[in-house]
Design a protein around this ligand. Structure first.
Ligand SMILES: N[C@@H]1[C@@H](O)[C@H](O)[C@@H](COP(=O)(O)O)O[C@@H]1O
Length: 295
C-alpha cells in the first residue's frame, strides 16, 4: 500500500484526478474494451470530480468508453431526492462529462427485490471483467462504501443497516435531521472493492485522522474495514495533511520518503525513455541515409 500526502483537499483532488485520467488514457479504452471505474459519493471525492470535469473540458480525458459502478445507495430514498446517490453523482460528475447514460451503474435502493438487485450488481461487474480502478472514500469509523464496523472482510454487495455514527455524520446532508437520514443502504462489499485491480482512497480532514491511523498503522480488522486494503496488491491512499494528524511522525516520514524515491525512479525512467527515443531517431536517420526502409 502507498500513502501519498498532499497539502489540502484541493491538492488531493488534483492529484487523484490527474492519476485517474492517466490510468484511463494509458488504458486507451474502446467500446469493446472499456475502462471500468468504481466511484464513491461523499464530500471527499468532490475535488477529484472537479479535476476530472476540467480535464474533460480541456479535451485531455474522455468518459466515452468508461463504465462506472457506484459503491452504494440509500434504501427507500427516492432516486430524485437531492441527497440520493443517484442525484449526487449526476450533479457532481455525470452531467458534466461525456459519459453515455447507459455506461453508468448505481444500485437501485428502491428495487422491489433488494437481494436480487445486489446479486445482479455483482454479476454485472463480473460481466465487464471486473473493476479496473475503484476510487473510494472512508467514513469517520473507517468504513469503506457502507461497510460499517464488523462487516465481513469477505462481504459482497448486500443490504446494510447503517451505524448510528454514520447516520449522525450524514445528518448534515439532511438539514441535521437524523430522522430524515435513511437507516439502510445497499453497498458493495469489502471483497467487491478488494477484487478490483487497483484501489485509490481519498482521505481528507481531521475527522478522518483516527480512521486513517487505524486503517494503516494497525492490523487488518473488521472494526475498521478500510484496513482490509492492507491485503490488496495495488492500493493507494491519498490524504491531506489534516488527515495525517493521528499518524506517527515515523509513518508520515516513511511514506513521504517512499514517494520521493518513487519520483526519482520515475524521473530516471523518463530520462532513459527520452534517451532511447533519441537513439531510435538517430538509428532511423542512419538507416534512411544508407537506403534501409524502416518496417
Ligand atoms: N457511503 C459513504 C462513503 O462511501 C463515504 O466514503 C463516506 C464519507 O463521506 P465524506 O466524504 O462526506 O466524509 O460517506 C458515506 O458513508
Amino acid at each position: 500500500m502507498r500513502l501519498t500526502i498532499r497539502h489540502d483537499p484541493i491538492e488531493v483532488g488534483e492529484y487523484i484526478g490527474q492519476y485517474i485520467a492517466k490510468r484511463i488514457n494509458d488504458f486507451a479504452p474502446t467500446p469493446e474494451r472499456p475502462f471500468v471505474l468504481g466511484l464513491p459519493t461523499g464530500s471527499s471525492p468532490i475535488p477529484t470530480y472537479r479535476t476530472l470535469i476540467r480535464l474533460v473540458k480541456e479535451g485531455k480525458l474522455s468518459f466515452q468508453n468508461v463504465i462506472t459502478f457506484n459503491m452504494d445507495e440509500y434504501v427507500g430514498l427516492a432516486e430524485d431526492h437531492p441527497e440520493s446517490y443517484h442525484s449526487f453523482m449526476f450533479r457532481e460528475l455525470f452531467s458534466k462529462v461525456n459519459i453515455p447514460p447507459e455506461n453508468v451503474h448505481i444500485l437501485d435502493g428502491n428495487a422491489k427485490d433488494l437481494i436480487t438487485e445486489c446479486n445482479t450488481y455483482e454479476e454485472k461487474i463480473k460481466a465487464y471483467g471486473g473493476i479496473e480502478l475503484f476510487l473510494g472514500g472512508i467514513g469517520e469509523d473507517g468504513h469503506i462504501a457502507f461497510n460499517e464496523p464488523g462487516s465481513s472482510l469477505k462481504s459482497r454487495t448486500r443490504i446494510k443497516t447503517l451505524a448510528y455514527d454514520t447516520i449522525l455524520a450524514n445528518a448534515r446532508f439532511f438539514n441535521n435531521d437524523i430522522t430524515a437520514v435513511p437507516h439502510m443502504a445497499l453497498t458493495v462489499g469489502v471483497q467487491t472493492v478488494l477484487d478490483s485491480k487497483e484501489v485509490v482512497i481519498v482521505v481528507t480532514g481531521q475527522r478522518k485522522a483516527l480512521a486513517l491511523s487505524k486503517a494503516i498503522e494497525e492490523g487488518v480488522n473488521h472494526l475498521w474495514t478500510l484496513s482490509a486494503l492492507q491485503t490488496h496488491p495495488w492500493a493507494l491512499i491519498v490524504a491531506d495533511e489534516d488527515a495525517t494528524l493521528e499518524l506517527r511522525v515515523k509513518t508520515v516520514k516513511y511514506f513521504k520518503s517512499i514517494e520521493k524515491v518513487q519520483e526519482e525512479v520515475e524521473a530516471m525512467q523518463n530520462k532513459l525513455k527520452g534517451l532511447e527515443s533519441v537513439k531510435g531517431d538517430v538509428v532511423a536517420a542512419e538507416a534512411a541515409s544508407v537506403g534501409i526502409a524502416s518496417a
